[in-house]
Design a protein around this ligand. Structure first.
Ligand SMILES: *[C@@H]1O[C@H](CO)[C@@H](O)[C@H](O)[C@H]1NC(C)=O
Ligand SMILES: *[C@@H]1O[C@H](CO)[C@@H](O)[C@H](O)[C@H]1NC(C)=O
Ligand SMILES: *[C@@H]1O[C@H](CO)[C@@H](O)[C@H](O)[C@H]1NC(C)=O
Ligand SMILES: *[C@@H]1O[C@H](CO)[C@@H](O)[C@H](O)[C@H]1NC(C)=O
Ligand SMILES: *[C@@H]1O[C@H](CO)[C@@H](O)[C@H](O)[C@H]1NC(C)=O
Ligand SMILES: *[C@@H]1O[C@H](CO)[C@@H](O)[C@H](O)[C@H]1NC(C)=O
Ligand SMILES: *[C@@H]1O[C@H](CO)[C@@H](O)[C@H](O)[C@H]1NC(C)=O
Ligand SMILES: *[C@@H]1O[C@H](CO)[C@@H](O)[C@H](O)[C@H]1NC(C)=O
Ligand SMILES: *[C@@H]1O[C@H](CO)[C@@H](O)[C@H](O)[C@H]1NC(C)=O
Length: 433
């Protein structure tokens, strides 16, 4: 009797120490718990999962951070909206594959965050695993039934996909924190719009703020490169299952892309010799041409000009008085109105060195060439412009615009945009005014 009690007590103490110390594995099984103070880390030692308090806050959040660099910069937070105000958090995975963050109370335990699953579990033993790329996955055997990469926060890590899974409906969007002390969703959202030819936007308080794109086979037109390492490989995929953009992981450099509470998008590379992040600004509010459509339809923006907006050649301000006062949103109209009789009244003006206009009302075909593209555009009077879809190997494919051309800015790009214009505009010279 005494002996069995001793064994029980020894067992109980072993169990307690197992529950309170750091679990030295990357996996959480249904019979294990993570309490506040416990962590698990990825097999290579790159990332760690546990509870933390951001900035000057005392709230407790479940998150993932770098383990061996950068003093633990946080890359993902589970309970962004539902912080714990005590160290009462406990994480477990159920055998049917749902992660639950529970707050332990004196009389009740309440679930404050849980994972959903995008593909259904068959009810066998599932485990949660923190991978060395920072992805927290729930696996059933080798099948991944949920992953944190599908529910991003404010940080893009190489290997994550920006865009949509058309089968499961997962739409991966990045949302800034409210402040450095508060990871709840802030004002800025980075997302992919799949209307027309896909593009990436940043919204500010549900309004379009900045547009990147369209993808030209090498990069997003008019966007500073997201990769600073020339060997980093980008992938842009459109098929019937998914539409996404991805920067492939590169073991030579620890890097992340961060959408901060002020809406700046920065790429950061860890520099071991200085023990700090090297920051490269991708977008900034201080760039006066970055607000979406600042110069209105058929306007073009150049930060080095004063004023920054002008009309495209062959176009004149729609409301000259407003325009001259610096209110550019009504944009420009063709100087010679388009007449679409038999199509021969119109031609196309070649424009290069610009970020291509918004493609939300565009149409594209990767199997044709620029000649067929012109014919296609000429034959439909609502077609306003066309371009190569892909600039590689001398250009291929066809991109057609069917609306006013919006959000053009002068930029060091070689991709050529052909804009529909009255034939008389292409030959005669008009004085500047
Ligand atoms: C951190 O860990 C990763 C993965 O093991 C390794 O590749 C990297 O060199 C480490 N970085 C530092 C600064 O120790
Ligand atoms: C739980 O009980 C302890 C000790 O009685 C008390 O200090 C604490 O406030 C209680 N917590 C809650 C959430 O009621
Ligand atoms: C809350 O969860 C803990 C840990 O699993 C358990 O020991 C305790 O009995 C639970 N409390 C209630 C009220 O269900
Ligand atoms: C459940 O799925 C796992 C992984 O796909 C598989 O190994 C296992 O045999 C399945 N179990 C049942 C009961 O279908
Ligand atoms: C971004 O803003 C546009 C325009 O208001 C809206 O249609 C879209 O749903 C917003 N997207 C997100 C992810 O907030
Ligand atoms: C990082 O720098 C430290 C010294 O500052 C050095 O000891 C360590 O080996 C370096 N790690 C890597 C991965 O280069
Ligand atoms: C990391 O923490 C140490 C000690 O608190 C501090 O001296 C150092 O500046 C920190 N480094 C970074 C990159 O924040
Ligand atoms: C021109 O293109 C628009 C947009 O794709 C389409 O709705 C319309 O039917 C086309 N018109 C002709 C005459 O093909
Ligand atoms: C424009 O880009 C080309 C090739 O990418 C480069 O050689 C050139 O220096 C750039 N010019 C400016 C003004 O940035």
């Amino acid at each position: 009797m005494m002996e069995s009690l001793t064994i029980f007590l020894l067992f109980f103490r072993a169990l307690c120490s197992m529950l309170t110390s750091s679990i030295a594995v990357d996996t959480l099984s249904p019979n294990q718990l993570i309490r506040d103070g416990d962590t698990i880390f990825s097999s290579g030692g790159m990332f760690e999962l546990g509870f933390f308090s951001p900035g000057n806050s005392n709230n407790r959040y479940l998150g993932i951070w770098y383990k061996n660099v950068s003093n633990g910069t946080v890359v993902w937070v589970a309970n962004r909206d539902t912080p714990l105000n005590t160290a009462s958090g406990l994480l477990r995975v159920s055998s049917n594959g749902i992660l639950r963050l529970v707050s332990i109370g004196n009389n009740t335990n309440s679930t404050i965050w849980s994972s959903s699953f995008s593909s259904s579990s068959n009810g066998t033993n599932s485990v949660a695993q923190l991978l060395d790329n920072g992805n927290l996955v729930i696996r059933e055997g080798n099948r991944i039934i949920w992953q944190s990469y599908d529910y991003p926060g404010d940080t893009y890590l190489p290997g994550m996909k920006v865009g949509k899974d058309l089968i499961t409906g997962v739409d991966r969007k990045w949302t800034s924190w409210n402040s450095l002390d508060d990871p709840s969703p802030g004002r800025y959202v980075l997302w992919m719009d799949t209307n027309g030819f896909p593009q990436i936007f940043v919204n500010r308080s549900l309004v379009l703020h900045t547009r990147f794109g369209p993808w030209n086979g090498v990069r997003f037109s008019g966007m500073p490169s997201l990769t600073t390492n020339p060997t980093a490989v980008n992938e842009f995929v459109i098929n019937e299952k998914e539409i996404y953009y991805m920067i492939k992981a590169d073991s030579a450099v620890v890097s992340r892309i961060h959408l901060n509470p002020e809406g700046d998008l920065t790429r950061m590379n860890w520099v071991n010799s200085t023990q700090s992040w090297l920051t490269i600004l991708v977008t900034a509010p201080s760039d006066s041409c970055s607000p979406y459509g600042i110069c209105g339809p058929y306007g073009t923006c150049n930060t080095r000009n004063f004023p920054i907006c002008s009309c495209l050649e062959g176009f004149v301000p729609k409301r000259p008085e407003e325009w001259n006062a610096g209110a550019w949103s009504s944009g420009c109209v063709p100087r010679t109105p388009l007449d679409c009789g038999n199509g021969n009244e119109n031609g196309f003006k070649r424009l290069s060195g610009v970020k291509l206009p918004d493609t939300r009302s565009s149409w594209y075909d990767s199997s044709t060439n620029i000649g067929e593209c012109e014919t296609e555009c000429r034959s439909n009077c609502s077609c306003t412009a066309y371009a190569d879809l892909d600039i590689r190997n001398g250009g291929s494919g066809c991109l057609l615009w069917f609306d006013e051309l919006v959000d053009i800015r002068e930029y060091n790009e070689t991709q050529v945009l052909y804009i529909r214009m009255a034939r008389s505009e292409l030959t005669s010279k008009h004085p500047l005014f």
